[in-house]
Design a binder for this molecule. Structure first.
Ligand SMILES: O=C(O)C(=O)C[C@]1(C(=O)O)C=C[C@@H](O)C=C1
Length: 306
């Protein structure tokens, strides 16, 4: 039974994602995403489950930065979780008296319209996680009047639900990934995703275009691209890519090898099955068989067999 670290405490969306990814795993709640990933790195846990992107908020930058800088980890699975928020408070609280709301920053962004419409004048404070907010609000003497979290967190910490579905959209989805210390990759399934971090060799005109060309000429479709500051000064960025396909696919392998040739550093973060099961459209000339046939042909002409 694997031991998986996650953003705790009990009742976070990350815990729900973990339960769905591996119902039998032993769960190790951690105070934040870096702590969960470090538990996986140190061996305290066999792996970790962390949020990576949200359909409203976009990338979870703490996760992206941890993947880029910390000891290498590999993504082995992903999960798309619909997220539904509730306004939770201690029994007896009236909505009109709520002055201070506590929740995770991602939830603040996703519930902005509800807060300004229903809780005008309330201050919203950032919590380490939605469940940490619910846990804090449950304490007698808490400085917060309400939390925004999953309904299950309210049940867990003895809060009442003052309003349900308080997210600005009803179709919000967060993408979670399971990571491990470097290990054998999941087998290709025909519906896979690959994640990379790329550092430029030097800052020059067309550097981004050159990277994108490696994908484009091989028919590799990107599903996410993000630039993140390196910390070395204004204008210094590195890039995060998600794209369709598995590193075992010829077109993906060749694109990554191309990036390795032209970039400063390429950090491979894994190839793993896509949660939505979508298979890529293979452009003419980019199938494995076509790459193999072209390599045979090259070998023949190099041997003078024209
Ligand atoms: O606080 C939680 O419950 C989390 O699991 C974190 C998190 C996030 O980082 O995006 C996960 C899903 C929601 O989008 C809000 C918060």
């Amino acid at each position: 039974m694997p031991r998986l670290a996650y953003l705790g405490p009990e009742g976070t969306f990350t815990e729900e994602a973990l339960r769905l990814l591996d119902p039998t795993a032993e769960r190790l709640p951690c105070a934040n995403v870096p702590a969960a990933l470090n538990a996986a790195r140190s061996g305290e846990a066999d792996g970790a489950v962390v949020p990576l992107e949200n359909s409203i908020e976009g990338a979870i930058t703490t996760t992206l930065d941890e993947f880029a800088w910390g000891e290498p980890l590999l993504i082995t699975a992903e999960l798309l979780l619909p997220v539904e928020f509730s306004l939770l408070a201690r029994p007896g609280t009236e909505i009109a008296h709520i002055k201070r709301v506590y929740t995770h920053p991602a939830a603040i962004t996703q519930c902005r319209a509800f807060v300004s419409r229903e809780l005008p004048g309330a201050v919203v404070v950032a919590a380490p996680s939605t469940a940490a907010a619910a846990q804090e609000v449950s304490l007698p003497g808490s400085p917060y009047d309400a939390a925004i979290a999953a309904r299950i967190a309210g049940e867990h910490y003895g809060l009442v639900e003052l309003a349900s579905r308080v997210g600005d959209r009803s179709d919000t989805v967060t993408r979670f990934v399971r990571v491990s210390r470097p290990c054998a990759l999941p087998e290709p399934t025909g519906s896979d995703r690959t994640t990379l971090v790329v550092f430029l060799a030097d800052d020059r005109p067309g550097a981004l275009l050159a990277m994108l060309t490696e994908f484009s000429v091989r028919g590799v479709n990107l599903t996410r691209i993000e630039s993140r500051p390196t910390g070395d000064g204004i204008g210094r960025y590195f890039f995060h890519f998600d794209f369709e396909g598995h590193v075992a696919d010829a077109r993906v392998g060749e694109a990554i090898a191309g990036l390795h040739r032209i970039c400063g550093e390429v950090r491979f973060l894994g190839s793993y099955p896509r949660a939505d099961g979508v298979a890529p459209v293979i452009k003419r000339g980019t199938a494995d068989t076509e790459f193999a046939e072209a390599a045979d042909w090259l070998e023949r002409i190099r041997a003078g067999r024209v």
